[in-house]
Design a protein around this ligand. Sequence first.
Ligand code: SF4
Ligand code: SF4
Length: 369
Amino acid sequence: MQLTKQQIDYCMECGVCTGSCPISYDRPGFSPRQMIKRTLVEPDGDILQSSDIWACLSCSRCSDRCPVGIDFPEFIRTYREKATAAANLPRESHHGVFQTLTSLQATNLNQNRIGWTEGMKIQEEGEYFFFVGCLPYQDVVFRYLDLQMIDTAKSILTLLNKLGIEPVVSNDEKCCGHDAFWSGNKELFATLARHNVEMIKQSGAKTVIFSCPEGYSIFRESYPDIVGKLPFEILHISEFLAQKLPESDITFGQSGNGKVTYHDPCRLGRRTGIYEEPRQLLGLVPDSDFREMENNRENAVCCGTTAWMECSSCSKTMQIKRLQEAERVGATTIITACPKCQIHLSCAKSNTDIDVEVKDLYAYLSENI
Ligand code: SF4
Ligand code: SF4
């Protein structure tokens, strides 16, 4: 990533990113600006051996505020490619199970990804493709947190079926490659991207609907660099439902969840600009007592880890602070539209006595139909 002279001159006097970064708050010495400076002094120097390279959440809170448009997440991503080549690797969370699953999906592995659809309406070919993402795998891994992650997929398919839509759900879907991309493994990412686009093309789908913000953002931002213009439209399910539900005959009853607040996932908010649609969907449930947290929309704070790596005390501090923020506005339920946010916040909550339920947006909607 090349910076202009004007960007560099401004950057050396600034520091907005460090003041905005949730990692800088809790990790001594971590400063995006200082990392840029280090690479200007010595482009491929000791930074390639630094663990700071892996600590960044690529959450875009800094780049969103940078006065001269420096894309720090992209900067750090390119350095991750170089760090990997220099044998500086991240600490993988959950014993590396998700990194292994991603690599396995780049092979000819036969998957059973669609067992959960039994009794629901899906097709092998059709206009709409529902890209389910990692939910079937997360469902198995996170049972110990009392989570049933596949319920998100079931809730979305329930809503789609009620709208009269029978989407394609495929056993041949593979990991979207988001985490491989942000971990600096572009080759693995490209393999997965090519496979997914070809597989969707063969289904005849004109519109692909994503439940996961990461899948949606990576298709939107990075797939075109590998495969060119996408041969189908892509939509996040919150956009799709915000268009379709108000004009449908589906109605919602009163929620039993009390006072609710919404946690903006970084990939859905800052990276793809979807802030209002999830709030519109929450507003469909009558008498829902919605409370906005102090850090909302573009100021929202990340759920604490990304790409299943570097989960640390810093991550836990961020997660607990976020739950406490929900508590402070009197919310009894924190709703999110990202499976990873749901997992991370639930994990942090399980070690505290914070009395805030963590809930997925689509489960909340489908439970209240
Ligand atoms: S906000 Fe932008 S200009 Fe300011 S220090 Fe950070 S990267 Fe440099
Ligand atoms: S992307 Fe997020 S975690 Fe990384 S330096 Fe910027 S604000 Fe900090």
